[in-house]
Design a protein around this ligand. Structure first.
Ligand code: ZN
Length: 655
C-alpha cells in the first residue's frame, strides 16, 4: 500500500475543505481501500454563521457521492455542537437520527449526511478517514482476527467489536475512544467492518490510513498468505445456458436483469475450486456489500433452491428485527457454477459491474483469509440487520422510477452511423444495455459506458454473427430486442443493366444476413423475460418502388415478407416482429451535401424544400426513426405484431 499524496497535485487545493476533497479522492483511487461508494471522510471547520457567530461545522461525505469523484458540494455541513449533544443520548432510532442530521445542516440543498456522521463528530480530530480496506477485513474476518490485530498494531489502535453502523456504533466508539485512546493512537479498527484514521491535517489522516493498511498487508505477507495462485480449467459456458439462467433469475426477481459473466481467469478458477461450496458460503467481506450482493452467492444454476434458501434466511432472521420487514426481491446477485463460471446479476449493467467488482475483491479477501487460518464472516443475523436496515433500503430506493428498458438487452446492426447509431442512443436513453454491430470499426468506441458494447462484425458472415451473439450473451446475459437496420443502397441501376452479382450482393446484406440474425437470435429472444422484440428496417420502396432500385426494393420487400412470417411463427414464443418504412432520412452517411444539392437541383427545389418533399412538409431525421423503432419495442406496442409503420412525413404514393 503506497501513499498517492503528491505535493504538486495537493498545491492545487488550498482550503481545508479542498484538501479534504483531494485526499478523499486519493482514497477513492485505490479500489483495495474504497469500492463503489464505500468509505466516508470528514473535516471539522470553524466558520461564521449568518448571524456572525463562529461555530464548528462537520463537513461529512453526503450519501450518493463516491470518494473517487467527490467534489466540495458532496460534503454535507452539519453543526458540530448538535452532533456532540446527540451522541450523549442513550439511544436514537435511525430515522430520527437522519432527521436530526438533516435539520442541523447549514445548507438546505446539501446531500443527506453519511449515517456515520455522529461517529466522525465524536472523534476529536480535524480530519477523519474511514475505509473498508481489503487487508483489514481479510485480517478481521478470521477466527484469530482479534489476536492478529493486536500483533499488527499493539496498542496503537482502538479495537471495536462488530456493531451495526449507525447511532449505537457511534456511541460505542465515543466511549471506547475516550477510555482507551492515548497520544500514540493512530486509528481505530472495526472488527469485520473496516478502519478509521484521523489527524490534524488532511495529509496526516490520509497517510495514517495508508500506514495502517500497509501494516496489515505486511502482516498477511509475513504469514505467507498474500499470494494466491490460481489456474482455471477450460470452461464450457454455453451462451444458451447463460440466457436460460438469466430467464430463471429474472422470473425469481419479477423484473429483467443483466447477467454479466466475469471472464477473468481468477473468477473462473475460483468457481472451479473443490472447496468453493464452503468458502463462498460464509458471507460478505464487509456488511456494506450485502446491499449489492445479497448475503451469499448462488451455487450452481438451481434458482428455485436459492430462492428457498433466501426465504428461509428471511423467515429465520426477520422475527429478531426491531421492526417488521418486507422481503426484498429474492433473486441471486452472484452465481458460482463449475460449468458457467462466475456471473453477476444486476438491475442494470452498471449494477452488475459493481457486483462483479465487489466479488473480485471478495475472492482475494477469502483466499488470503483462508491462508491466514480461515475466512469467517459475520453471522447471518448481523448481515440480515444490514440488508434490511431502513437507511440502506432508502439508499437503493432513492433512484426513483427506472427507465423503460431497465435490465433488458438490445442488439442493433448498422450501429456506427445514421438510423442505427440513433437507435443505440434511443435504447440507451431508455435504460437498455445495448450492443452495436457494424463493419465500421468506429462502432467499438462510440460510447464509453458499461451498458454499451460495440463489436465490429461483417453481417454477411454467419460465423461473425454467431461470435457477436456469443459475446453479447457473455457480457449482458441474453438478447431481448433485435433492431435489424444494417443495409446497403447501391447507386441506381436499371434492370437492363443490373449484373446478377450486384443484385446478389444487395440481397446478401439486406436479406440473407437478417435471416441469419433472426435464426440465430431466436433461442435468445424466446428467453427474453418480457418477451422478445424484433424491429426490421423496411423502406418506402416496398409499398412505393421507384425505377433504378430493383435490388434494394426487392431485398426490402422480401425482408418484409420474412418479418410477417416470423410474426406468425414466433407469436407463440411471445416474440413480436414489427416493421418500419422510413423514407428520405437525409442525416445519414450516404447523403453528403453534394448528393443532396444535386438531387434538389434535379427536382428544381432548394435543399430545404427537397428535404421536406412530403405531405406534412416536415423533415424526417434518424432520431425520429430511432425513437419510433424503440417505442415499437416498448409497452405502447405490447399488443402489436407484424405491423408496418411508415415514417416518411406522408407520401401520396403510399397513401
Ligand atoms: Zn463503514
Amino acid at each position: 500500500m503506497k501513499s498517492l499524496w503528491s505535493a504538486s497535485e495537493a498545491a492545487q487545493f488550498t482550503t481545508d475543505l479542498e484538501l479534504r476533497v483531494y485526499t478523499s479522492r486519493l482514497l477513492g483511487r485505490d479500489p483495495s481501500l474504497v469500492l463503489h461508494g464505500g468509505g466516508n471522510t470528514s473535516v471539522k471547520i470553524r466558520e461564521p454563521s449568518m448571524l456572525g457567530r463562529e461555530e464548528d461545522i462537520l463537513y461529512v461525505k453526503g450519501s450518493g457521492w463516491d470518494l473517487a469523484t467527490i467534489e466540495a458540494p458532496g460534503f454535507a455541513p452539519v453543526r458540530m455542537q448538535h452532533l456532540i449533544e446527540l451522541a450523549t443520548l442513550p439511544s436514537l432510532p435511525d430515522p430520527q437520527m437522519v432527521n436530526e442530521l438533516k435539520t442541523h445542516m447549514t445548507n438546505a440543498s446539501a446531500p443527506t449526511p453519511s449515517v456515520e456522521a455522529i461517529l466522525h463528530a465524536v472523534l476529536p480530530f480535524k480530519f477523519v478517514d474511514h475505509t473498508h480496506a481489503d487487508a483489514i477485513v481479510t485480517v478481521t474476518n478470521n477466527p484469530n482476527g482479534r489476536q492478529y490485530i493486536e500483533e499488527i498494531y499493539g496498542n496503537s489502535v482502538v479495537v471495536i467489536d462488530y456493531i451495526m453502523p449507525g447511532f449505537d456504533l457511534a456511541r460505542q466508539c465515543a466511549k471506547q475512544f475516550a477510555e482507551q485512546a492515548h497520544t500514540g493512537t493512530q486509528g481505530m479498527v472495526l472488527m469485520n467492518h473496516g478502519v478509521f484514521s484521523f489527524g490534524e491535517t488532511a495529509r496526516e489522516s490520509y497517510e495514517r490510513m495508508i500506514a495502517l493498511v500497509d501494516k496489515a498487508e505486511d502482516f498477511i505477507k509475513e504469514k505467507g498468505a498474500w499470494n494466491v495462485s490460481f489456474s482455471a480449467r477450460k470452461t464450457n459456458a454455453a451462451p444458451q445456458a447463460i440466457a436460460r439462467l438469466r430467464k430463471d433469475i429474472a422470473d425469481s426477481a419479477g423484473f429483467p436483469m443483466i447477467v454479466a459473466r466475469d471472464d477473468h481467469e481468477k473468477a473462473t478458477a475460483f468457481s472451479q475450486r473443490d472447496d468453493v461450496d464452503t468458502i463462498s458460503q460464509q458471507g460478505p467481506a464487509t456488511p456494506d456489500h450485502v446491499i449489492r450482493t445479497k448475503p451469499l452467492p448462488m451455487l450452481g444454476t438451481d434458482v428455485n433452491r436459492f430462492v428457498a434458501g433466501y426465504k428461509n434466511y428471511f423467515d429465520t432472521n426477520e422475527p429478531h428485527a426491531r421492526d417488521r420487514k418486507t422481503m426484498l426481491d429474492v433473486a441471486p446477485r452472484l452465481v458460482i457454477d463449475k460449468q458457467l463460471g462466475l456471473l453477476a446479476a444486476g438491475k442494470n449493467a452498471k449494477d452488475a459491474a459493481i457486483i462483479r467488482d465487489i466479488y473480485d475483491h471478495t475472492i482475494d479477501i477469502i483466499l488470503r483469509a483462508e491462508q491466514l487460518g480461515g475466512y469467517r464472516a459475520l453471522p447471518a443475523r448481523d448481515i440480515f440487520d444490514m440488508e434490511y436496515w431502513d437507511l440502506e433500503q432508502a439508499k437503493l430506493k432513492r433512484g426513483g422510477k427506472s427507465p423503460m428498458f431497465t435490465g433488458e438487452v438490445a442488439l442493433v446492426t448498422g450501429a456506427a452511423s445514421g438510423i442505427g447509431k440513433a437507435c443505440v442512443d434511443s435504447l440507451l436513453a431508455r435504460g437498455a444495455a445495448v450492443v452495436g454491430l457494424d463493419n465500421n470499426t468506429a462502432v467499438s468506441d462510440m460510447h464509453e459506458r458499461v451498458d454499451y458494447l460495440g463489436l465490429v462484425c461483417d453481417v454477411g458472415e454467419e460465423q461473425q454473427i454467431a461470435h457477436a451473439l456469443e459475446r453479447t450473451v457473455m457480457r449482458f446475459g441474453g438478447i431481448d430486442m433485435l433492431v435489424l437496420n444494417a443495409g446497403v443502397f447501391p447507386g441506381g441501376k436499371q434492370i437492363a443493366e443490373l449484373p446478377l452479382a450486384e443484385f446478389q450482393r444487395v440481397m446478401r446484406i439486406n436479406l440473407d444476413a437478417n435471416i441469419s440474425f433472426m435464426r440465430q437470435c431466436h433461442p435468445y429472444l424466446k428467453l427474453a423475460p418480457k418477451g422478445g422484440r424484433v424491429v426490421l428496417m423496411g423502406s418506402k420502396n416496398v409499398p412505393a418502388p421507384g425505377p433504378g432500385a430493383a435490388a434494394y426494393s426487392a431485398s426490402k420487400a422480401a425482408l418484409v415478407q420474412v418479418g410477417r412470417i416470423a410474426a406468425l411463427e414466433w407469436g407463440g414464443d411471445n416474440i413480436r416482429v414489427n416493421i418500419l418504412h422510413p423514407d428520405a432520412v437525409f442525416d445519414t452517411g450516404i447523403w453528403t451535401k453534394e448528393v443532396l444539392a444535386a438531387r434538389a437541383e434535379y427536382y428544381g427545389l432548394t435543399v430545404d424544400q427537397y428535404k421536406r418533399k412530403n405531405i406534412l412538409k416536415t423533415e424526417v431525421t434518424s432520431h425520429d426513426v430511432a425513437e419510433l423503432a424503440t417505442e415499437l419495442c416498448g409497452p405502447l406496442f405490447a399488443k402489436t405484431t407484424a405491423a408496418q409503420l411508415p415514417i416518411d412525413g406522408g407520401n401520396d404514393r403510399v397513401i
